[in-house]
Design a protein around this ligand. Structure first.
Ligand code: ATR
Length: 268
């Protein structure tokens, strides 16, 4: 029951109505009998939101689009991971000190590794924005060969140089994707309400592992095309799950009930 000792965790974003984090975290609190509650707040003024939550003693803040970079200047400590990725998705309030990190990379890596080995594989990374940075950071930990394909080739080149990846390509070279083992979509193409795929079906082979980090809808067009070809698919909500599991543990100090949280996500 919510009482005067209940600890508050929340997600801030805009929009935030689509977020599955409240269901996922609250199901975990309930399963473990923790006196925590997780709410979603639509936020436009990041500075006021962060200072307000700090003043109220909120224990944990999950940060989503479009505030992942903006929050950096309002936290007290930024760890090396958040610094390398250049974005924050998790803030822990440790007795009035706001400590920021990023769990997106863990989410992406665990989602992929549930289906395939990643070490020494070749990945076609689609996109070169914030989400691509988290995935690039994850793949660097596994000595994976990463080729970046992006609409704006200069953005791909910048990402390749910064993370010391293999090669940068524009969309003219999209045919080269066929030589990869794994395809990861980090662009927003395919997100509701636009039913579109970042690559055509003829780039996809049955040998491919296709991971789409877009999770609204669950069956994106890219996932549907991959299934049609007979490729193995990895759903975007797995990244939400495994990144969320880490957040749960950072906020509560308890081992997360992963199966309960997975079930809660599937009901969303
Ligand atoms: P996020 O932080 O969610 O990754 P972002 O930083 O805005 O968002 O990056 C979005 C990525 O998706 C970029 O790589 C973008 O390509 P550009 O660098 O050319 O802008 C890519 N993207 C977005 N819309 C796209 C579209 N319609 N077709 C192809 N790529 C798209």
């Amino acid at each position: 029951m919510i009482d005067s000792k209940t600890k508050l965790c929340c997600i801030i974003g805009n929009p935030v109505e689509h977020s599955f984090s409240p269901q996922m975290h609250n199901s975990g609190y309930k399963a473990l009998g923790l006196n925590f509650v997780f709410l979603a707040f639509k936020v436009t003024n990041v500075e006021e939101a962060i200072f307000g939550l700090k003043a109220l003693g909120a224990r944990g803040i999950v940060v989503t689009i479009p505030h992942k970079r903006a929050v950096i200047k309002y936290v007290d400590q930024l760890d090396k991971t958040a610094l390398s990725i250049g974005a924050v998705n998790t803030i822990i309030n440790d007795n009035g000190i706001l400590k920021a990190t990023n769990t997106d990379w863990i989410g992406a890596l665990e989602a992929l590794e549930e289906k395939t080995e990643v070490v020494h594989k070749t990945v076609a990374l689609l996109g070169a924005g914030g989400a691509a940075r988290a995935v690039a950071y994850a793949l660097k930990k596994r000595s994976t060969k990463v080729n970046v394909f992006n609409r704006t080739k200069e953005h791909a080149e910048k990402l390749v140089n910064e993370f010391k990846l293999s090669a940068a390509y524009g969309l003219d070279d999209i045919g080269k994707i066929a030589n990869s083992d794994i395809i990861v979509n980090t662009t927003s193409v395919g997100m509701k309400p636009i039913d579109d795929s970042p690559i055509p079906i003829d780039c996809i082979r049955p040998k491919h592992i296709v991971f789409d980090i877009v999770y609204t809808p669950r069956e994106t067009r890219l996932i549907r095309l991959a299934k049609k070809v007979g490729a193995t698919v990895v759903y975007g909500d797995k990244m939400v799950l495994y990144g969320g599991v880490r957040q749960f543990e950072l906020f509560t100090g308890k081992k997360a009930p992963v199966d309960i949280m997975r079930k809660a996500l599937l009901l969303c």
